[in-house]
Design a protein around this ligand. Structure first.
Ligand code: GAR
Length: 224
């Protein structure tokens, strides 16, 4: 039985997807805790209502990143995690913190990394004229939004899309690929080979969300 600790900053819809998949698919894992850096993180209520331990380590209570990360690590380690899952955890982490969880910390980022690290990824994709956009699950390394890629999802960018429309469609794919990636870790199927991830036995590490209707609408509307 593996212990998972999930870190959130807000809504927590990815956390919710992982909690539900863990229960419905009977993973050999338990969600040991959900930890937020904000006391008002909406996802805390969902976790508590599912009998999951919750904790808040409020970054505003600490003088600097190092002090916050030390307190956060202490709280996380109290739950003896096999895996730390960053699910909309909006903090830049110190190198010491990341190194402590090397090979056992995953993140999801709403872009097809290595394109568009940082914030406002959907607007960045629009501004760059991307025709495909998506999300990436990756092992966390000290470089922000960077690290060995476990899974990626793609969606077509349609005429008329704004950042909110893209965010909503990408989020749907996040809710599929993140639980899948965490399950692979729990099942001991992920191996790190330098900067690359191997999944054994193999299965598609990508998802493209584009149904026939979407494709027809796209082609008819844009002559693409
Ligand atoms: C998700 O779209 C996630 O990919 C993104 O924040 C959102 C959190 O939503 N994460 C990042 O931007 C991290 N760089 P959620 O709280 O509903 O899961």
């Amino acid at each position: 039985m593996k212990n998972l600790v999930i870190l959130i900053s807000g809504r927590g819809s990815n956390m919710e997807a992982i909690v539900r998949a863990c229960a419905h698919e009977a993973w050999p894992a338990r969600i040991a805790a959900v930890i937020a850096n904000r006391p008002d993180a909406a996802g805390l209520a969902f976790a508590a209502s599912h009998g999951i331990a919750t904790a808040v380590v409020d970054h505003r209570q600490y003088p600097d990143r190092a002090a916050f990360d030390a307190a956060l690590a202490q709280t996380i380690d109290g739950y003896a995690p096999d895996l730390v899952v960053l699910a909309g955890f909006m903090r830049v982490l110190t190198e010491g913190f990341v190194t402590h969880y090397s090979g056992r910390m995953l993140n999801i980022h709403p872009s097809l990394l290595p394109s568009f690290p940082g914030l406002k990824t959907h607007q960045q994709a629009l501004d760059a004229g991307c025709r495909v956009h998506g999300a990436t699950v990756h092992f966390v390394t000290p470089t922000l939004d960077h690290g060995p890629i476990v899974a990626q999802s793609g969606i077509p960018v349609r005429a008329g899309d704004d950042a909110a429309a893209l965010a909503a469609r990408v989020l749907k794919t996040e809710h599929v690929i993140y639980p899948r990636a965490v399950r692979w870790f729990v099942e001991g199927r992920l191996a790190l080979d330098g900067g690359r991830v191997t999944l054994s036995p193999p299965e598609p590490q990508w998802l493209f969300l584009d149904d026939v209707n979407e494709a027809q609408a796209h082609n008819a509307g844009e002559g693409a």
